[in-house]
Design a protein around this ligand. Sequence first.
Ligand code: ATP
Ligand code: 9VF
Ligand code: MG
Length: 443
Amino acid sequence: MERKPLDTLISKNGLWVSRNGRLHGVKKCETSQKYIRIEMDCGDIVTIRNSRTSRSARALRNHKFQKPCKHCRLSDDRINEFSKKISRKTEAEVKIVRSFRLQPEKPAEPVTAKPEQVIQTNTPSTHIHNEPRAGITADSSTNHRSAPKTSKSNSSPSTSNTKKTSQPQQPKSRKTEFTPLQKNRILSLLGPGEMISFSKEKRSFAELESTLTLERKKDIRGIYENSRENYLGKLERTITEFLVDMGFLEVKSPILIPFEYMERMGVGEDKKLSEQIFRVGDNMCLRPMLAPGLYNHLRKFDNVLPDPVRIFEIGPCYRKESDGNSHLEEFTMLNFCQMGSNCTREELEYLIKELLDFLGIEYEIVADSCMVYGDTIDVMHKKMELSSAVVGPVPMDMDWGVNKPWIGAGFGLERLLKAKHDFKNIKRAGRSESYYNGVSINL
Ligand code: ATP
Ligand code: 9VF
Ligand code: MG
């Protein structure tokens, strides 16, 4: 195989790997006879031999480096792009737009390049991702990226802007099993509601990852073109508008609350449930529910607002949870309640029906019970609880200075989104830096 000289590799990547393994951005690169003068984005300048076999040429060819140079300020995208090139190259042909600044006078033109030999990459040590990433996190002890298909370059006609390179005879694609990490990565890249059967999948990890990544980029751009609204934010606005129209007053109470409120809700330190509470300092905690704030508002509005008093809150709640597809540690609760006249089970079920019909979510009602309120009316979507609703009064009302009948229901907004969009995992619906509207953004 003919190995490319260093200046070609630099011009292809716009990057250079120094002797100590630092990945640099290249500002300017001039080749004269056997030498290259490289001016880096960090300001360093070196003159080195234009060798095909130097450590730097090997590093660029194999996409290996220790760390990105801090002072070059390379973007994550550029570093990832460089790290991912190995997996991308398993495609039969890859279009590369030459944008290297060595020949600035020439307009950028698409050049058709052929796959090179597949070589393992190093994980850039500065990159921490909470999800498996493109080829980077794959188990490095096995080559999971299948070798590229035998080059078709001999039979394909060359065109004027097609750069011909002599190609090695590659072994035929041998599809290996997907590792658990690769499966996770692929699952995270599926569109909302999409499914995959790994045992029947013909494509290699790299092919699949690259196809899905392109699709998800398209999805995100589509969202940007069409609505630019976040599902969770939008749902909060939609429900708010609906309840305000129904005569409910919107309230926003503190998220950071005295732990004593939880004791008054019957969840003192002696109770198992209190282990789920995120304590803050000695006396405070993050609210695991909206009821304390609503109790306080009901008491204060009792002699102010017309009967029945109708209020609601939508906002973040926090609970320590063991993993599951329907639990988040940070989620968004809606709690509406009515106090005074007409606080019947029928009225409660009517309000639940109006809301869920309006949102277009199917449900059924089942009887349940909980530690805080005793009997509850649970609203289910398939096997997932969307809401627990209660017909008061209950004994603890006294501790909150509330002495009238009430009805109320608490819904999880992320569960409503999971039901509506058929997400497999509630993570797609939650506050996240990995998904936008259920679409992976680790692209
Ligand atoms: P589960 O039994 O499913 O853990 P729960 O009965 O403890 O839920 P409630 O206290 O009744 O939950 O809270 C009202 C609603 O808030 C639930 O019906 C659910 O929609 C939502 N919810 C509760 N905990 C979570 C969580 N950890 N993640 C997402 N949503 C939640
Ligand atoms: C039902 C779920 C106690 C009069 C302020 C309103 C309700 C909702 C139960 C919720 C909770 N309760 N997560 O109370 O509407 O509080 O556990 Si009030
Ligand atoms: Mg419940």
